[in-house]
Design a binder for this molecule. Structure first.
Ligand SMILES: Nc1ncnc2c1ncn2[C@@H]1O[C@H](COP(=O)(O)OP(=O)(O)OP(=O)(O)O)[C@@H](O)[C@H]1O
Ligand SMILES: [Mg+2]
Length: 526
Protein backbone atom coordinates (compact mmCIF):
# COMPACT_ATOMS: atom_id res chain seq x y z
CA UNK A 1 0.00 0.00 0.00
CA UNK A 2 1.25 3.49 -0.82
CA UNK A 3 1.80 6.27 1.66
CA UNK A 4 -0.91 8.62 2.82
CA UNK A 5 1.50 11.42 3.59
CA UNK A 6 5.16 11.66 2.78
CA UNK A 7 8.05 14.02 3.43
CA UNK A 8 10.82 13.77 0.87
CA UNK A 9 14.10 15.48 1.70
CA UNK A 10 12.19 18.09 3.65
CA UNK A 11 14.47 20.86 4.91
CA UNK A 12 14.04 24.12 6.81
CA UNK A 13 16.69 26.73 7.56
CA UNK A 14 16.45 29.59 10.04
CA UNK A 15 19.31 31.80 8.90
CA UNK A 16 22.45 29.65 9.03
CA UNK A 17 20.76 27.14 11.27
CA UNK A 18 19.31 23.94 9.84
CA UNK A 19 16.25 23.08 11.94
CA UNK A 20 15.04 20.24 9.69
CA UNK A 21 17.70 18.50 7.66
CA UNK A 22 16.59 16.50 4.59
CA UNK A 23 14.02 14.38 6.38
CA UNK A 24 12.33 11.48 4.61
CA UNK A 25 9.22 10.17 6.30
CA UNK A 26 6.31 8.14 4.95
CA UNK A 27 3.17 7.36 6.90
CA UNK A 28 0.50 4.91 5.73
CA UNK A 29 -3.25 5.42 5.89
CA UNK A 30 -4.69 4.38 9.26
CA UNK A 31 -1.31 4.44 10.94
CA UNK A 32 -0.52 6.07 14.27
CA UNK A 33 3.02 7.39 14.00
CA UNK A 34 4.78 8.76 17.05
CA UNK A 35 7.47 11.37 16.52
CA UNK A 36 9.99 11.58 19.32
CA UNK A 37 13.20 13.48 19.92
CA UNK A 38 14.93 15.91 22.21
CA UNK A 39 13.95 19.52 22.73
CA UNK A 40 14.89 21.48 19.65
CA UNK A 41 15.26 18.37 17.48
CA UNK A 42 12.95 19.87 14.85
CA UNK A 43 9.70 17.97 15.44
CA UNK A 44 7.39 20.98 15.55
CA UNK A 45 9.14 22.65 12.62
CA UNK A 46 8.73 19.50 10.52
CA UNK A 47 5.03 19.26 11.38
CA UNK A 48 4.51 22.97 10.76
CA UNK A 49 5.69 22.38 7.20
CA UNK A 50 3.20 19.53 6.75
CA UNK A 51 0.48 21.91 8.02
CA UNK A 52 1.41 24.73 5.66
CA UNK A 53 2.70 27.07 8.37
CA UNK A 54 6.29 27.02 7.14
CA UNK A 55 7.32 26.74 3.51
CA UNK A 56 10.06 24.09 3.11
CA UNK A 57 13.38 25.41 1.80
CA UNK A 58 14.09 22.10 0.12
CA UNK A 59 12.24 18.87 -0.53
CA UNK A 60 8.59 18.15 -1.04
CA UNK A 61 5.43 16.92 0.58
CA UNK A 62 3.35 14.21 -1.07
CA UNK A 63 -0.20 13.21 -0.33
CA UNK A 64 -1.35 9.88 -1.73
CA UNK A 65 1.80 9.91 -3.82
CA UNK A 66 1.20 13.29 -5.46
CA UNK A 67 3.38 16.32 -4.65
CA UNK A 68 1.53 19.24 -3.06
CA UNK A 69 2.45 22.83 -2.27
CA UNK A 70 0.94 23.99 0.99
CA UNK A 71 1.00 27.73 1.47
CA UNK A 72 -1.28 27.97 4.50
CA UNK A 73 -3.12 25.85 7.07
CA UNK A 74 -6.30 26.37 5.05
CA UNK A 75 -4.48 24.84 2.12
CA UNK A 76 -3.39 21.92 4.28
CA UNK A 77 -6.92 21.37 5.55
CA UNK A 78 -8.20 21.41 1.98
CA UNK A 79 -5.70 18.61 1.32
CA UNK A 80 -7.01 16.73 4.33
CA UNK A 81 -4.25 17.59 6.82
CA UNK A 82 -5.14 19.05 10.21
CA UNK A 83 -3.02 20.00 13.20
CA UNK A 84 -3.74 20.72 16.84
CA UNK A 85 -1.18 22.87 18.61
CA UNK A 86 -0.50 22.96 22.30
CA UNK A 87 -1.95 26.42 22.70
CA UNK A 88 -5.59 26.20 21.81
CA UNK A 89 -7.32 28.74 19.64
CA UNK A 90 -10.85 28.72 21.02
CA UNK A 91 -13.29 31.49 21.93
CA UNK A 92 -14.18 30.98 25.61
CA UNK A 93 -17.53 32.79 25.53
CA UNK A 94 -18.90 30.72 22.66
CA UNK A 95 -20.28 27.20 22.96
CA UNK A 96 -18.67 24.04 21.66
CA UNK A 97 -20.99 24.09 18.67
CA UNK A 98 -20.36 27.76 17.91
CA UNK A 99 -16.60 27.32 18.13
CA UNK A 100 -16.85 24.44 15.75
CA UNK A 101 -18.77 26.50 13.23
CA UNK A 102 -16.37 29.46 13.34
CA UNK A 103 -14.71 29.95 10.01
CA UNK A 104 -16.75 27.36 8.17
CA UNK A 105 -18.71 29.10 5.53
CA UNK A 106 -21.26 26.62 4.49
CA UNK A 107 -22.95 27.37 1.23
CA UNK A 108 -26.34 25.97 0.53
CA UNK A 109 -28.17 25.80 -2.73
CA UNK A 110 -31.54 27.42 -2.35
CA UNK A 111 -34.41 27.74 -4.77
CA UNK A 112 -35.54 31.34 -4.74
CA UNK A 113 -38.36 32.23 -7.11
CA UNK A 114 -37.46 29.44 -9.51
CA UNK A 115 -33.73 30.36 -9.49
CA UNK A 116 -30.98 28.41 -7.80
CA UNK A 117 -28.65 30.55 -5.69
CA UNK A 118 -25.79 29.66 -3.35
CA UNK A 119 -25.88 31.38 0.03
CA UNK A 120 -23.67 31.11 3.08
CA UNK A 121 -26.19 29.70 5.49
CA UNK A 122 -25.91 27.47 8.48
CA UNK A 123 -28.83 25.13 8.75
CA UNK A 124 -28.61 24.83 12.49
CA UNK A 125 -30.70 21.73 12.87
CA UNK A 126 -28.87 19.77 10.23
CA UNK A 127 -25.42 20.99 11.25
CA UNK A 128 -26.08 20.28 14.88
CA UNK A 129 -27.04 16.74 13.96
CA UNK A 130 -23.87 16.36 11.94
CA UNK A 131 -21.76 17.66 14.83
CA UNK A 132 -23.48 15.44 17.35
CA UNK A 133 -22.91 12.48 15.05
CA UNK A 134 -19.16 13.06 14.97
CA UNK A 135 -19.07 13.50 18.75
CA UNK A 136 -20.85 10.17 19.15
CA UNK A 137 -18.97 8.35 16.43
CA UNK A 138 -15.60 9.05 18.02
CA UNK A 139 -16.92 8.76 21.56
CA UNK A 140 -15.81 12.32 22.38
CA UNK A 141 -18.18 12.92 25.29
CA UNK A 142 -18.73 16.63 24.74
CA UNK A 143 -21.87 18.63 25.42
CA UNK A 144 -22.07 20.75 22.29
CA UNK A 145 -24.07 23.50 24.01
CA UNK A 146 -21.62 24.18 26.81
CA UNK A 147 -19.57 27.37 26.67
CA UNK A 148 -15.89 26.68 26.12
CA UNK A 149 -14.95 28.63 29.24
CA UNK A 150 -16.55 25.87 31.34
CA UNK A 151 -14.59 23.08 29.67
CA UNK A 152 -11.62 21.29 31.18
CA UNK A 153 -8.32 21.28 29.35
CA UNK A 154 -8.99 17.76 28.10
CA UNK A 155 -12.40 18.76 26.75
CA UNK A 156 -10.94 21.80 25.00
CA UNK A 157 -8.44 19.58 23.33
CA UNK A 158 -11.14 17.18 22.19
CA UNK A 159 -12.96 20.16 20.71
CA UNK A 160 -9.82 21.19 18.79
CA UNK A 161 -9.58 17.67 17.39
CA UNK A 162 -13.28 17.72 16.62
CA UNK A 163 -12.82 20.96 14.69
CA UNK A 164 -10.35 19.19 12.45
CA UNK A 165 -12.56 16.10 12.04
CA UNK A 166 -15.53 18.31 11.18
CA UNK A 167 -13.43 19.79 8.41
CA UNK A 168 -12.93 16.26 7.19
CA UNK A 169 -9.20 15.83 7.57
CA UNK A 170 -7.66 12.40 6.94
CA UNK A 171 -4.36 13.17 8.59
CA UNK A 172 -4.29 14.59 12.11
CA UNK A 173 -1.11 16.06 13.60
CA UNK A 174 -0.96 16.48 17.37
CA UNK A 175 1.93 18.41 18.92
CA UNK A 176 2.52 17.26 22.50
CA UNK A 177 -1.19 16.79 23.18
CA UNK A 178 -0.71 15.05 26.52
CA UNK A 179 1.61 17.59 28.14
CA UNK A 180 -1.35 19.49 29.56
CA UNK A 181 -3.57 16.51 30.38
CA UNK A 182 -4.23 14.63 33.59
CA UNK A 183 -3.56 10.86 33.62
CA UNK A 184 -7.27 10.13 33.13
CA UNK A 185 -7.47 12.55 30.22
CA UNK A 186 -4.41 10.96 28.63
CA UNK A 187 -6.12 7.55 28.70
CA UNK A 188 -9.17 9.07 27.09
CA UNK A 189 -7.13 10.74 24.37
CA UNK A 190 -5.40 7.47 23.58
CA UNK A 191 -8.82 5.81 23.25
CA UNK A 192 -9.89 8.62 20.94
CA UNK A 193 -6.81 8.10 18.79
CA UNK A 194 -7.61 4.41 18.46
CA UNK A 195 -11.15 5.34 17.40
CA UNK A 196 -9.70 7.65 14.73
CA UNK A 197 -7.47 4.86 13.51
CA UNK A 198 -10.43 2.48 13.21
CA UNK A 199 -12.06 5.06 10.95
CA UNK A 200 -9.00 5.00 8.72
CA UNK A 201 -7.53 8.31 9.87
CA UNK A 202 -3.79 8.77 9.96
CA UNK A 203 -2.30 10.23 13.12
CA UNK A 204 1.06 11.92 13.66
CA UNK A 205 1.76 12.36 17.33
CA UNK A 206 4.62 14.33 18.90
CA UNK A 207 5.29 13.44 22.52
CA UNK A 208 8.06 13.12 25.09
CA UNK A 209 6.30 10.42 27.06
CA UNK A 210 7.57 7.03 25.99
CA UNK A 211 4.91 5.15 27.96
CA UNK A 212 2.25 6.81 25.81
CA UNK A 213 4.17 6.05 22.67
CA UNK A 214 4.31 2.38 23.66
CA UNK A 215 0.58 2.25 24.39
CA UNK A 216 -0.73 3.79 21.20
CA UNK A 217 1.73 4.08 18.31
CA UNK A 218 2.04 1.62 15.43
CA UNK A 219 5.38 3.03 14.39
CA UNK A 220 7.88 5.39 15.96
CA UNK A 221 10.24 7.84 14.27
CA UNK A 222 13.16 9.31 16.14
CA UNK A 223 14.42 12.78 15.18
CA UNK A 224 17.74 14.08 16.43
CA UNK A 225 19.32 17.45 15.60
CA UNK A 226 17.06 17.96 12.57
CA UNK A 227 17.72 14.53 11.11
CA UNK A 228 15.67 11.37 10.90
CA UNK A 229 17.54 8.76 12.96
CA UNK A 230 15.34 5.70 12.60
CA UNK A 231 11.75 4.52 12.24
CA UNK A 232 10.79 1.35 14.07
CA UNK A 233 7.68 -0.76 14.50
CA UNK A 234 6.26 -0.54 18.00
CA UNK A 235 6.97 -4.13 19.03
CA UNK A 236 8.78 -5.80 21.91
CA UNK A 237 12.16 -4.87 20.45
CA UNK A 238 11.30 -1.19 20.68
CA UNK A 239 11.91 -0.86 24.41
CA UNK A 240 11.77 2.51 26.13
CA UNK A 241 15.48 2.14 26.96
CA UNK A 242 16.32 1.63 23.31
CA UNK A 243 14.16 4.57 22.20
CA UNK A 244 15.63 6.83 24.87
CA UNK A 245 19.11 5.95 23.73
CA UNK A 246 18.28 6.69 20.10
CA UNK A 247 16.87 10.08 21.06
CA UNK A 248 19.60 11.20 23.39
CA UNK A 249 22.51 9.34 21.85
CA UNK A 250 23.53 7.88 25.22
CA UNK A 251 22.09 5.79 28.04
CA UNK A 252 19.57 7.53 30.28
CA UNK A 253 19.94 6.77 33.97
CA UNK A 254 17.10 6.44 36.43
CA UNK A 255 16.94 9.15 39.05
CA UNK A 256 18.30 8.38 42.47
CA UNK A 257 15.50 8.21 45.01
CA UNK A 258 17.47 6.89 47.93
CA UNK A 259 17.86 9.92 50.19
CA UNK A 260 14.88 10.82 52.30
CA UNK A 261 14.29 13.98 54.30
CA UNK A 262 15.34 14.39 57.89
CA UNK A 263 12.46 15.20 60.20
CA UNK A 264 14.30 17.60 62.49
CA UNK A 265 14.86 20.29 59.89
CA UNK A 266 13.48 23.76 60.11
CA UNK A 267 10.23 24.71 58.39
CA UNK A 268 11.21 27.13 55.61
CA UNK A 269 7.82 27.54 54.05
CA UNK A 270 4.44 27.57 55.64
CA UNK A 271 0.96 28.08 54.26
CA UNK A 272 -1.64 28.39 56.99
CA UNK A 273 -5.42 28.05 56.60
CA UNK A 274 -5.48 29.71 53.21
CA UNK A 275 -8.90 30.52 51.77
CA UNK A 276 -9.77 32.21 48.48
CA UNK A 277 -12.75 32.92 46.28
CA UNK A 278 -12.82 33.37 42.53
CA UNK A 279 -14.42 36.28 40.68
CA UNK A 280 -17.84 34.66 40.87
CA UNK A 281 -17.58 34.27 44.63
CA UNK A 282 -17.02 30.53 44.40
CA UNK A 283 -14.82 29.14 47.17
CA UNK A 284 -11.72 27.83 45.35
CA UNK A 285 -9.41 27.31 48.35
CA UNK A 286 -10.69 26.10 51.72
CA UNK A 287 -8.34 26.10 54.69
CA UNK A 288 -5.31 24.93 52.80
CA UNK A 289 -2.39 24.37 55.14
CA UNK A 290 0.97 22.88 54.34
CA UNK A 291 4.60 23.31 55.22
CA UNK A 292 7.93 22.45 53.66
CA UNK A 293 11.08 21.88 55.68
CA UNK A 294 14.64 22.56 54.68
CA UNK A 295 15.87 19.62 52.65
CA UNK A 296 12.41 18.45 51.70
CA UNK A 297 10.29 18.22 48.58
CA UNK A 298 6.55 18.37 49.17
CA UNK A 299 4.48 17.39 46.16
CA UNK A 300 0.96 18.65 45.53
CA UNK A 301 -1.04 16.12 43.54
CA UNK A 302 -4.49 16.58 42.11
CA UNK A 303 -6.63 16.48 39.03
CA UNK A 304 -6.36 19.80 37.21
CA UNK A 305 -9.07 22.24 38.29
CA UNK A 306 -9.09 21.30 41.96
CA UNK A 307 -7.47 24.45 43.25
CA UNK A 308 -3.80 23.90 42.43
CA UNK A 309 -3.68 26.83 39.99
CA UNK A 310 -5.47 29.05 42.50
CA UNK A 311 -3.07 27.96 45.24
CA UNK A 312 -0.14 28.94 43.02
CA UNK A 313 -1.75 32.29 42.21
CA UNK A 314 -2.48 33.11 45.84
CA UNK A 315 0.95 32.16 47.16
CA UNK A 316 2.61 34.23 44.45
CA UNK A 317 0.42 37.25 45.21
CA UNK A 318 -1.43 37.13 41.91
CA UNK A 319 -4.82 36.35 43.45
CA UNK A 320 -6.44 37.69 46.61
CA UNK A 321 -6.90 35.50 49.63
CA UNK A 322 -9.82 35.85 52.03
CA UNK A 323 -8.12 34.23 55.00
CA UNK A 324 -4.82 32.70 56.04
CA UNK A 325 -1.13 33.49 55.98
CA UNK A 326 2.10 32.49 54.25
CA UNK A 327 5.65 32.66 55.56
CA UNK A 328 9.11 32.14 54.06
CA UNK A 329 11.60 31.27 56.77
CA UNK A 330 9.44 33.03 59.31
CA UNK A 331 8.91 36.23 57.28
CA UNK A 332 5.33 37.05 56.36
CA UNK A 333 4.89 36.98 52.57
CA UNK A 334 1.10 36.84 52.43
CA UNK A 335 -0.08 38.65 49.29
CA UNK A 336 3.47 39.51 48.23
CA UNK A 337 4.12 39.78 44.48
CA UNK A 338 6.58 37.61 42.52
CA UNK A 339 9.05 40.47 42.19
CA UNK A 340 9.24 41.03 45.95
CA UNK A 341 9.20 37.30 46.64
CA UNK A 342 12.57 37.18 44.90
CA UNK A 343 13.99 39.33 47.69
CA UNK A 344 12.83 36.64 50.13
CA UNK A 345 14.78 34.07 48.10
CA UNK A 346 11.59 32.48 46.86
CA UNK A 347 12.11 31.05 43.37
CA UNK A 348 9.21 30.42 41.01
CA UNK A 349 8.98 28.09 38.05
CA UNK A 350 5.54 29.19 36.86
CA UNK A 351 2.76 27.04 35.48
CA UNK A 352 2.49 28.72 32.12
CA UNK A 353 5.92 29.65 30.85
CA UNK A 354 4.74 32.10 28.22
CA UNK A 355 2.28 34.00 30.38
CA UNK A 356 4.24 34.37 33.61
CA UNK A 357 7.73 33.15 33.00
CA UNK A 358 9.15 34.67 29.87
CA UNK A 359 8.99 37.66 27.63
CA UNK A 360 8.92 36.26 24.05
CA UNK A 361 9.92 39.59 22.46
CA UNK A 362 13.11 39.77 24.48
CA UNK A 363 16.36 37.93 23.97
CA UNK A 364 17.56 34.90 25.86
CA UNK A 365 20.22 36.93 27.71
CA UNK A 366 17.61 39.44 28.91
CA UNK A 367 15.17 36.77 29.98
CA UNK A 368 17.90 35.04 31.93
CA UNK A 369 18.20 38.04 34.25
CA UNK A 370 14.55 39.14 34.26
CA UNK A 371 13.57 40.06 37.79
CA UNK A 372 17.19 40.31 38.82
CA UNK A 373 18.25 43.26 36.65
CA UNK A 374 18.78 45.36 39.75
CA UNK A 375 21.48 43.11 41.16
CA UNK A 376 24.93 44.58 41.36
CA UNK A 377 26.18 41.72 39.25
CA UNK A 378 24.10 42.84 36.28
CA UNK A 379 23.73 46.58 36.57
CA UNK A 380 25.49 49.70 37.72
CA UNK A 381 23.86 53.11 38.21
CA UNK A 382 20.84 51.81 36.32
CA UNK A 383 22.85 50.61 33.33
CA UNK A 384 22.94 46.95 32.43
CA UNK A 385 26.34 45.35 32.31
CA UNK A 386 26.40 43.81 28.83
CA UNK A 387 29.43 41.68 29.46
CA UNK A 388 28.05 40.17 32.65
CA UNK A 389 24.80 39.40 30.85
CA UNK A 390 26.70 37.74 28.02
CA UNK A 391 28.73 35.65 30.41
CA UNK A 392 25.64 34.67 32.34
CA UNK A 393 23.95 33.60 29.11
CA UNK A 394 26.92 31.55 28.01
CA UNK A 395 27.20 29.83 31.36
CA UNK A 396 23.48 29.01 31.66
CA UNK A 397 23.06 27.88 28.07
CA UNK A 398 25.93 25.48 28.48
CA UNK A 399 25.01 24.18 31.90
CA UNK A 400 21.36 23.60 31.02
CA UNK A 401 22.07 22.38 27.48
CA UNK A 402 19.73 24.91 25.91
CA UNK A 403 19.68 24.42 22.14
CA UNK A 404 19.61 27.70 20.28
CA UNK A 405 19.58 28.46 16.56
CA UNK A 406 21.85 31.50 17.02
CA UNK A 407 23.91 33.04 19.80
CA UNK A 408 21.27 35.11 21.53
CA UNK A 409 17.88 34.64 19.86
CA UNK A 410 14.49 35.97 20.94
CA UNK A 411 12.51 33.63 23.17
CA UNK A 412 9.89 33.34 20.41
CA UNK A 413 12.51 31.55 18.30
CA UNK A 414 13.07 28.80 20.88
CA UNK A 415 11.47 25.35 20.88
CA UNK A 416 9.02 24.77 23.72
CA UNK A 417 11.31 22.70 25.87
CA UNK A 418 14.27 25.02 25.47
CA UNK A 419 12.13 27.98 26.57
CA UNK A 420 11.29 26.07 29.76
CA UNK A 421 15.00 25.49 30.37
CA UNK A 422 15.62 29.26 30.32
CA UNK A 423 13.22 29.76 33.24
CA UNK A 424 14.70 26.91 35.19
CA UNK A 425 18.23 28.13 34.61
CA UNK A 426 17.26 31.61 35.79
CA UNK A 427 15.35 30.54 38.90
CA UNK A 428 17.71 27.81 40.09
CA UNK A 429 20.70 30.01 39.38
CA UNK A 430 19.59 32.52 42.03
CA UNK A 431 20.18 30.18 44.93
CA UNK A 432 16.64 30.27 46.35
CA UNK A 433 15.73 29.18 49.87
CA UNK A 434 12.31 28.03 48.82
CA UNK A 435 11.49 26.88 45.32
CA UNK A 436 7.97 26.71 43.96
CA UNK A 437 8.18 24.35 41.01
CA UNK A 438 4.99 24.20 38.96
CA UNK A 439 4.89 21.56 36.22
CA UNK A 440 8.70 21.91 36.02
CA UNK A 441 9.25 19.28 33.33
CA UNK A 442 6.19 19.91 31.20
CA UNK A 443 7.31 19.76 27.57
CA UNK A 444 10.85 18.70 28.44
CA UNK A 445 12.52 15.78 26.72
CA UNK A 446 13.87 12.79 28.59
CA UNK A 447 17.39 14.06 29.11
CA UNK A 448 16.21 17.50 30.24
CA UNK A 449 13.55 16.00 32.49
CA UNK A 450 16.23 13.89 34.12
CA UNK A 451 18.42 16.96 34.46
CA UNK A 452 15.74 19.20 36.00
CA UNK A 453 14.53 16.49 38.38
CA UNK A 454 18.07 15.90 39.52
CA UNK A 455 18.52 19.64 40.02
CA UNK A 456 15.43 19.74 42.25
CA UNK A 457 16.80 16.80 44.23
CA UNK A 458 20.18 18.50 44.39
CA UNK A 459 18.84 21.75 45.84
CA UNK A 460 16.76 19.71 48.27
CA UNK A 461 19.90 17.92 49.40
CA UNK A 462 21.55 21.33 49.87
CA UNK A 463 18.83 22.12 52.38
CA UNK A 464 16.35 24.09 50.28
CA UNK A 465 12.61 23.64 50.55
CA UNK A 466 10.84 22.65 47.35
CA UNK A 467 7.09 22.83 46.80
CA UNK A 468 6.32 20.80 43.70
CA UNK A 469 2.97 21.20 41.95
CA UNK A 470 2.63 18.75 39.11
CA UNK A 471 -0.20 16.97 37.35
CA UNK A 472 2.31 14.29 36.39
CA UNK A 473 1.69 11.74 39.11
CA UNK A 474 4.80 9.72 38.35
CA UNK A 475 6.86 12.88 38.81
CA UNK A 476 5.20 13.66 42.14
CA UNK A 477 5.84 10.11 43.31
CA UNK A 478 9.43 10.06 42.10
CA UNK A 479 10.53 13.34 43.68
CA UNK A 480 8.45 14.04 46.76
CA UNK A 481 9.35 13.27 50.33
CA UNK A 482 5.79 14.02 51.31
CA UNK A 483 2.69 14.33 49.13
CA UNK A 484 -0.52 16.24 49.73
CA UNK A 485 -3.58 15.71 47.57
CA UNK A 486 -5.93 18.53 46.61
CA UNK A 487 -9.56 17.90 45.81
CA UNK A 488 -12.14 20.67 45.33
CA UNK A 489 -9.92 23.31 46.86
CA UNK A 490 -9.07 21.32 49.98
CA UNK A 491 -6.24 19.13 51.07
CA UNK A 492 -7.88 15.74 51.43
CA UNK A 493 -4.89 13.56 52.15
CA UNK A 494 -1.23 13.67 53.06
CA UNK A 495 1.31 10.90 52.73
CA UNK A 496 4.93 10.10 53.25
CA UNK A 497 6.85 8.94 50.22
CA UNK A 498 7.01 5.20 49.87
CA UNK A 499 3.83 4.73 51.91
CA UNK A 500 1.39 5.31 49.10
CA UNK A 501 0.81 3.90 45.62
CA UNK A 502 -0.30 5.74 42.51
CA UNK A 503 -3.64 3.91 42.67
CA UNK A 504 -4.24 5.02 46.24
CA UNK A 505 -3.39 8.62 45.37
CA UNK A 506 -5.75 8.37 42.41
CA UNK A 507 -8.65 7.59 44.77
CA UNK A 508 -7.93 10.75 46.77
CA UNK A 509 -7.48 12.78 43.60
CA UNK A 510 -10.97 11.98 42.33
CA UNK A 511 -12.54 12.41 45.77
CA UNK A 512 -13.35 8.74 46.33
CA UNK A 513 -11.35 8.83 49.57
CA UNK A 514 -10.35 11.51 52.07
CA UNK A 515 -8.71 11.80 55.47
CA UNK A 516 -10.72 13.32 58.31
CA UNK A 517 -9.79 16.42 60.30
CA UNK A 518 -6.95 17.43 58.06
CA UNK A 519 -7.14 21.19 57.96
CA UNK A 520 -5.47 21.76 61.33
CA UNK A 521 -3.24 18.73 61.40
CA UNK A 522 -1.08 19.50 58.39
CA UNK A 523 -0.23 23.00 59.52
CA UNK A 524 0.45 22.49 63.18
CA UNK A 525 3.07 19.82 63.35
CA UNK A 526 6.04 21.93 62.33
N1 LIG B 1 10.91 30.87 14.15
C1 LIG B 1 12.14 30.41 14.42
N2 LIG B 1 13.24 31.17 14.24
C2 LIG B 1 14.48 30.70 14.52
N3 LIG B 1 14.73 29.46 14.99
C3 LIG B 1 13.68 28.65 15.19
C4 LIG B 1 12.33 29.08 14.93
N4 LIG B 1 11.50 28.05 15.23
C5 LIG B 1 12.29 27.04 15.68
N5 LIG B 1 13.60 27.39 15.64
C6 LIG B 1 14.74 26.55 16.05
O1 LIG B 1 14.66 25.32 15.35
C7 LIG B 1 14.99 24.23 16.21
C8 LIG B 1 13.89 23.20 16.19
O2 LIG B 1 12.77 23.72 16.85
P1 LIG B 1 11.43 22.89 17.04
O3 LIG B 1 10.45 23.80 17.67
O4 LIG B 1 11.06 22.25 15.76
O5 LIG B 1 11.91 21.77 18.08
P2 LIG B 1 11.07 20.58 18.75
O6 LIG B 1 11.68 19.31 18.32
O7 LIG B 1 9.62 20.77 18.49
O8 LIG B 1 11.42 20.80 20.30
P3 LIG B 1 10.51 20.73 21.64
O9 LIG B 1 10.46 19.30 22.03
O10 LIG B 1 11.27 21.52 22.64
O11 LIG B 1 9.17 21.32 21.32
C9 LIG B 1 15.26 24.84 17.58
O12 LIG B 1 16.64 24.92 17.78
C10 LIG B 1 14.65 26.21 17.53
O13 LIG B 1 15.38 27.11 18.32
MG1 LIG C 1 7.99 21.31 19.71
Amino acid sequence: MGSKIEAVGLTKYFGDFTAVDHIDLAVREGEIRALIGENGAGKTTLMNMLYGLFRPDEGEIRIDGAPVKLSSPLDAIAHGIGMVHQHFKLVPSLTVYENLMLGTEIERELKLGGRTVRLPIIDTRRERQAVQQIVDRFDFMLDIDRPVRDLSVGERQRLEILKMLYRNVDVLILDEPTAVLTPQEVDMLIENLHALKREGKTVLLITHKLAEVKSCADTISVIRAGKHVVTVTNDDDATTEMLAEKMVGRKVADIDRTRRFANDRKVLYRVDSLCAKDRNGRQVLSDVSLHVRAGEIVGVAGVEGNGQSELIMVITGLMKHTKGSITVDGADVTGVWPHELKAHKFGIIPEDRYIRGLCPEMKVSQNLIAGFEGQERFSRHGFLKRKAMEENRKEKVEKYQVRLSSKDPYISELSGGNAQKIIIARELGQDPKVMLACQPTRGLDLGSTEFVQNELLRIRDEGKAVLLVSSDLSEVLALSDRIVVMYRGRITGHFEAGHVTAEELGLYMVGAKRMEGLAGEEGNDG
